[in-house]
Ligand binder design. Structure first.
Ligand SMILES: Nc1ncnc2c1ncn2[C@@H]1O[C@H](COP(=O)(O)OP(=O)(O)OP(=O)(O)O)[C@@H](O)[C@H]1O
Length: 540
């Protein structure tokens, strides 16, 4: 869709008979200030272990190393991510050079091992040479901890699976390997690399970094932002339900969804469920396997706001789409809010069932465009706040110029520069920035097309673009054409015959002649040379 905003009247879908399959939630938080049901469970204490209890010198050394590594990880990955994944990681026993690390669920164990295992091992070995290997083990939560956790209404994919009635399927993740196939399972797990959702603290269910306050607004995203705010302020307002956010990779869709969730929870009195489409499918399959679909269905349909991220994942997953379709209808019929994000608009999501496509597009559809230079710079200025001395303004501008497209990449580049400055203890300058980010910058090197060169050159000398390929020989046309051929040779990987073809099927010797003539003229004519240099900068 071209316009950023599309509003069509809300259609009421026809009543749909109940399906036999229900869905679990990924995150469901109930913010009921007056209720005690949402009180967080007390923090998990890993079972005491020799390594942690500090018995004996060797054990003290292991314990000291472990404490240091935990602190280091927390500092490096940030409190939110740490609390989500590593808070309940315990260490010990330590036998024959192997330190056992334990976590309360299989799911969490697999995840932490895959995502952080290598780093933890390297850090531990660095701190304490006697640690040669690490092993991950599942240590179920203590009964006391389970009791303490009872009565909470939120659902947590990372909590102990065995007796958490809302998430038994999490423990069955390995079984899913058989059902989903290794590739899909790996992809499923890769998809877990989502912003942190704190397991026991509703305050961190949504990534605290992704709020409306930290979202920098500019022309490319102002409509999506306004819609998101509107939904957070008054969910299920006709015309805004469902809210469909779409845009390219790393442009802030997830950020806005988390902002909506956190804002809703802060306002209280709503239950919010957020999950990626991939997890939706994973939970769906798991619920079928565990024969607990009715309960999951009930749970999912009892929320006030359902948010599904990266909806494009459901393309080609017909059964999951079907299930979502019924959930969608049930929630909309009941006056609940739905928010969906995807990389394309509903009309461009080919592979979606038509009835689902039309429903997804029947509320508010808002897109996030690629950020402009100004927005990119504003985001960088915002992110560097408080640490301006590390990355000077000229470097920020350089980044904003060179790294277009994904905000994720832009912010990642800035973080790399900050880390570098902190490591070497001095601010980065343009030269170091270019060196540190050389891989990223190379990937963003613009590949100029011959058409673009022809257009710019024609614009500059005020001739028609068609003259670039015409057979006219008057100097006012021939000279710009030769200049464009020269630039095409400089700025594109095309061969002389390729370039000749792009200029009205000319012979490669004509291109050679043009390049020579332009070189000679640049040496003689300062004004012409300046024009060429300017065009070169503009296009390159
Ligand atoms: N306007 C913005 N202001 C501040 N930060 C932003 C903005 N847009 C994106 N970001 C940041 O860029 C990163 C990527 O954003 P996010 O994960 O929300 O993108 P996405 O559109 O969901 O990407 P994907 O398509 O990969 O799911 C996040 O760190 C987010 O905070």
């Amino acid at each position: 869709m071209d316009g950023a905003l599309k509003a069509t009247p809300l259609q009421t879908p026809p009543p749909i008979p109940e399906q036999q399959v229900a869905l679990p939630q990924e995150i469901i938080v109930t913010a009921q200030g007056e209720s005690t049901t949402t009180q967080p469970s007390p923090p998990e204490a890993p079972p005491p272990t020799p390594a942690e209890s500090g018995e004996g010198n060797a054990e003290s050394a292991i314990q000291a190393a472990w404490v240091k590594v935990r602190d280091h990880l927390r500092a490096v990955i940030g409190a939110a991510e740490y609390d989500s994944w590593l808070k309940r990681l315990g260490a010990g026993p330590f036998v024959d050079g192997e330190l056992v690390l334990h976590l309360p669920s299989r799911f969490l164990c697999d995840w932490v091992r895959d995502k952080y295992g290598a780093r933890i091992k390297a850090l531990l070995a660095q701190e304490e040479g006697s640690i040669k290997r690490i092993a991950f083990k599942v240590t179920p939560r203590t009964k006391a901890a389970r009791q303490a956790g009872k009565g909470t209404k939120k659902v947590d994919p990372q909590s102990d699976g065995a007796e958490d009635t809302l998430f038994p399927e999490v423990e069955q993740a390995p079984d899913l390997l058989a059902t989903m196939g290794e590739g899909a399972f790996a992809a499923h797990r890769a998809g877990q690399d989502q912003p942190a959702h704190g397991p026991d603290d509703p305050g961190v269910m949504f990534d605290p970094r992704f709020t409306f306050d930290t979202f920098v607004v500019g022309r490319p995203n102002e409509v999506a932002y306004a819609c998101a705010r509107r939904v957070a302020e008054s969910p299920a307002t006709p015309g805004f339900n469902p809210l469909f956010l779409y845009g390219g990779v790393g442009l802030g869709k997830t950020h806005l969804m988390h902002a909506i969730g956190a804002d809703l929870i802060e306002r209280g009195k709503v239950s919010v469920s957020y999950m990626s489409a991939e997890k939706f499918m994973y939970r769906f399959i798991a619920s079928i396997r565990s024969q607990s679909t009715m309960e999951f269905k009930r749970q999912l349909r009892s929320v006030d706001v359902l948010m599904i991220d990266d909806f494009q994942f459901l393309i080609g997953k017909d059964n999951t789409q079907e299930e979502f379709f019924h959930t969608f209808n049930a929630l909309i019929d009941a006056g609940r809010q739905i928010v969906v994000s995807a990389d394309k608009s509903p009309s461009d999501l080919s592979g979606l069932e038509d009835r689902l496509r039309t429903r997804l597009g029947c509320g508010m559809v808002a897109d996030l465009h690629d950020p402009t230079f100004e927005l990119r710079l504003s985001i960088l200025v915002d992110k560097i706040k408080g640490r301006e001395e590390l990355v000077p303004a000229a470097v920020l501008e350089f980044l904003a110029h060179r790294i277009d497209g994904s905000v994720r990449e832009l912010v990642g580049a800035l973080n790399r520069l900050i880390a570098h400055a902190e490591l070497v203890g001095r601010p980065v300058n343009l030269e170091t920035a270019q060196h540190v980010l050389r891989d990223l910058l190379a990937a963003h090197e613009r590949t100029t097309s011959i058409e673009e060169i022809q257009r710019r050159v024609a614009e500059h000398w005020n001739v028609r673009v068609t003259d670039m390929i015409s057979s006219r020989r008057v100097r006012t046309v021939a000279r710009p054409r030769q200049a464009a051929m020269y630039l095409a040779k400089q700025l594109t990987p095309y061969s002389l015959p390729d370039i000749g073809r792009a200029f009205g099927n000319r012979d490669h010797t004509t291109v050679m002649h043009a390049i020579k003539a332009v070189g000679t003229l640049m040496a003689k004519d300062a004004e012409f040379r300046e024009s060429m240099e300017m065009l070169n900068r503009l296009l390159g």
